[in-house]
Design a protein around this ligand. Structure first.
Ligand code: EPU
Length: 429
């Protein structure tokens, strides 16, 4: 947003719904992997190259943060080259760290390298409470002293990090990766029990292993890490974004006339594929692509999100839009983020029949959605509204699109490639 004479300039998406979308759409590298791989480079003693990164604001923000601490970083055509040798232990109490959730990975990486870090608590999407107590529990078990002050700045310091057995109280992607980052250069063996099993954890472990780390069990609920003296630079390609892929699959089921989604690992998508099939959507799996033909006669279903390999919380908001096109009442329960339902009111503005009851979203269809001016309250809510706009009669306007651009690379161009009538506009508000 910028200011002109008391008014604010704001970027919005404008979508004219109803176009028949077809063709192929390519998935970029995974956001939630990228935002951990980039901080992991801090741990290396020479250049790290990461390819296939998505062109999203979270990645650009992390580049800036690495530069703030003295890293030499270039980013072009999805390839980031990071020279961490001149990085210094710069305090990061505010500023860019507040602009994304994943800045919490700087805690593990800087603690691992410098044994000392000062980092402001992270920002990111509001999805209800998002504590980091399990990250801190892990750092303390490794020998760090951790203090958070009233300004929400976390101070971490250790004379020496030593391996420990850590059993997470809550299965957490962020805590699992952060503890790995802090433990790879610690003395002795660390074991993380009740670890998260998401593919992003395997991707980060794979980068660290190429750097020389000794990690076993990533992708299972017990990960062991034998600390090493040093980590070297390496090259790595980020895994495909399974949430972007899932968003496109849901969009294809909702508005597609036959869409191929390229650069997907189908085994990452099993819970979503099962739910789409239960609804009556045909899903044709290729080696690294998925084809979804035009769907018809969608049936209402129930969804409960859970940790991987369960149904991803990040996909329930886009999925709720597909439910508006199914006959009967569908429900969504989010066991990971119980308040991740801010998009429901916006869908109601677009004529969807949906409500919250006892913590569940209840969506009754099928309804013809109609255009409205709506607000993307968070990243996946924004993705849901884009799909709703593609379905709706008339011109939908989506505001607060900076949330969408934190996680979806070149979304306008990609959707235009399928025949969508969508563009970015700048307007005074
Ligand atoms: N939790 C705690 N204590 C902790 C950490 C987590 O109680 O110390 C709770 C959370 O409140 C939540 C659950 O554990 O109820 C799972 O949280 P997790 O730590 O797994 O989430 P996260 O690492 O903060 C990542 C993704 C999210 C995604 C979740 C769940 C990144 C940067 N973010 O968050 O992605 O929803 O895992 O899969 O990797 C998104 O992409 O839109 C997004 C929000």
């Amino acid at each position: 947003m910028g200011s002109t004479d008391g008014y604010e300039m704001m970027d919005v998406y404008k979508i004219k719904g109803g176009n028949h979308l077809s063709g192929a759409i390519r998935v970029d590298g995974g956001k939630n992997s990228a935002v951990a791989l980039i901080p992991a480079s801090i741990l290396a003693n020479s250049v790290v190259e990461i390819e296939g990164l998505p062109d999203i604001s979270d990645v650009l923000m992390l580049k800036k943060i690495l530069e703030e601490i003295g890293g030499e970083v270039t980013f072009k055509d999805g390839k980031m080259i990071i020279d961490p040798t001149c990085m210094v232990n710069t305090p990061l109490p505010s500023g860019n760290v507040k602009k994304l959730r994943a800045s919490y990975y700087l805690m593990g990486a800087m603690l691992g390298r410098f044994k000392h870090a000062v980092i402001g608590l992270p920002g990111g999407c509001f999805l209800g409470g998002r504590p980091i107590d399990q990250h801190i529990k892990g750092f303390k078990a490794l020998g760090a002293q951790v203090m958070t002050n009233e300004q929400e700045i976390v101070y971490l310091r250790a004379d020496e990090l030593h391996g420990a057995k850590i059993c997470l109280d809550v299965v957490s992607v962020g805590a699992t990766i952060n503890i790995m980052l802090a433990a790879v250069l610690a003395k002795g063996q660390t074991v993380i029990e009740n670890a998260a099993r998401e593919p992003e954890i395997v991707d980060v472990a794979s980068l660290l292993i190429k750097m020389g780390a000794k990690i076993k069990g990533a992708g299972t609920n017990s990960i062991s890490i034998d600390g090493v003296e040093k980590l070297d630079g390496t090259k790595h390609t980020v895994m495909p974004d399974r949430i972007e892929a899932g968003t496109f699959m849901i969009m294809a089921a909702a508005v597609g006339d036959g869409i191929t989604i390229d650069n997907v690992i189908p085994s990452h998508m099993e819970a979503l594929i099962a739910k789409l099939r239960e609804m009556g959507v045909q899903v044709q799996e290729g080696k690294d692509s998925i084809f979804i033909p035009k769907s018809k006669n969608l049936k209402a279903i129930d969804i409960e999100t859970s940790v991987y390999p369960g149904f991803a919380t990040d996909l329930q908001q886009p999925f709720s839009v597909l439910m508006t096109q199914a006959e009967g009442s569908s429900t969504i329960t989010d066991t990971i983020y119980s308040e991740r339902f801010k998009h429901i009111d916006e869908l109601c503005h677009m004529n969807a029949s949906c409500r919250m009851e006892g913590g569940k979203a209840i969506i009754t269809g099928s309804t013809l959605l109609t255009a409205a001016s709506v607000v993307a309250s968070d990243l996946r809510a924004g993705a849901a509204l884009v799909i709703a706009g593609l379905l709706a009669e008339g011109e939908t306007e989506i505001r607060e699109i900076h949330h969408i651009e934190r996680g979806y690379s070149k979304i306008i161009e990609k959707l235009q490639g399928l025949g969508a009538d969508i563009h970015k506009d700048r307007q005074l508000v």
